[in-house]
Design a binder for this molecule. Structure first.
Ligand SMILES: Nc1ncnc2c1ncn2[C@@H]1O[C@H](COP(=O)(O)OP(=O)(O)OP(=O)(O)O)[C@@H](O)[C@H]1O
Ligand SMILES: [Mg+2]
Length: 259
């Protein structure tokens, strides 16, 4: 099965990766991580706080270099490939001196999308993202959830085939979260970009993913891969299905009471 997969079919290939932070004290964050994400797949990572999930996305994005092992993004080593993925970090990175609409187009503009085109694309999404009417305001005039939606909108405007999302819905209420999950499913179904999502929410991971990787406590290593073959599109009611509840209880058994 694996043998027939060519390089182009694999968007992200992580091989035997360890990561140790060495700034003030040595902290082993990740140990012996290996996995492949096929182009167009939706993959999630869940695991306890501090298990290295954000570290893993920083490594894939090329912002950090593995202490051991190697990561390929579209067949190229990721440390030499900064800017090959669209990355929404866990911490909001909006620029306080740019208005909502100028923050929205920032990543796209940096990658050479003409400003007019980027503004047009952004304007089609404000309504859906609950930001209509706020285009001209400053980030400090937005709620936490609005800031998060703006950061997500900005990430999707970046014209990259692979998107890394670090807890993109963490500060949203349940209803908005569900709406955004549905939107994410739709856009993924439509564009088939490769998505790697980090989340604490087991329902969210099952609802959205083809594959879920579960990380152990620090140093994080993959303790289980769970494939989700529930038919798409997956509406809210799917969470009551036998398939869904079986996967959920399997995941909770593995995680114990860790999250
Ligand atoms: N810049 C840094 N310098 C030193 N240690 C760090 C740094 N960033 C993270 N760490 C450490 O690495 C470990 C993994 O952190 P990371 O942020 O990747 O975890 P996480 O799984 O994303 O956690 P959470 O679910 O809370 O977001 C933690 O022990 C953390 O203290
Ligand atoms: Mg994190």
């Amino acid at each position: 099965m694996i043998e027939s997969i060519t390089m182009e079919d694999v968007a992200v290939d992580v091989e035997g990766v360890d990561y140790t932070y060495t700034q003030s004290q040595k902290i082993d964050a990740l140990r012996d991580i290996s996995f492949k994400v096929n182009t167009g797949d939706f993959v999630s990572f869940i695991g306890p706080s501090g298990s290295g999930k954000s570290t893993l996305l920083h490594l894939i994005s090329g912002l950090l270099n593995p202490s051991k092992g190697v990561i390929y993004v579209n067949g190229e080593k990721s440390f030499s490939s900064l800017g090959r993925v669209a990355f929404m970090p866990q911490r909001d990175t909006l620029f306080p001196w740019r208005t909502v609409e100028k923050n929205a187009v920032l990543g796209a503009e940096i990658l050479g999308v003409p400003r007019k085109v980027a503004f047009q694309k952004a304007s089609e999404l404000y309504e859906l993202f609950g930001l209509a009417g706020f285009e001209k305001v400053w980030p400090n005039q937005l709620s936490g959830g609005m800031r998060q939606r703006l950061a997500l909108l900005r990430t999707f405007l970046i014209p990259k085939d692979t998107i890394l999302l670090d807890e993109p819905f963490g500060s949203l209420d349940a209803l908005t979260r569900y709406e955004m999950q549905q939107w994410l499913q739709q856009i993924w179904d439509h564009d088939r970009r490769t998505i790697i999502l980090v989340t604490h929410d087991v329902d969210e991971a099952i609802l959205l993913s083809d594959t879920i990787y579960i990380l152990s406590e620090r140093p994080g290593s993959i303790i289980k891969r769970v494939d989700v073959s529930i038919e798409r599109p997956r509406k809210k009611k799917v969470i009551h299905s036998t398939e869904f509840t079986q996967i959920k209880s399997e995941i909770f058994q593995i995680l114990g009471s860790e999250i």
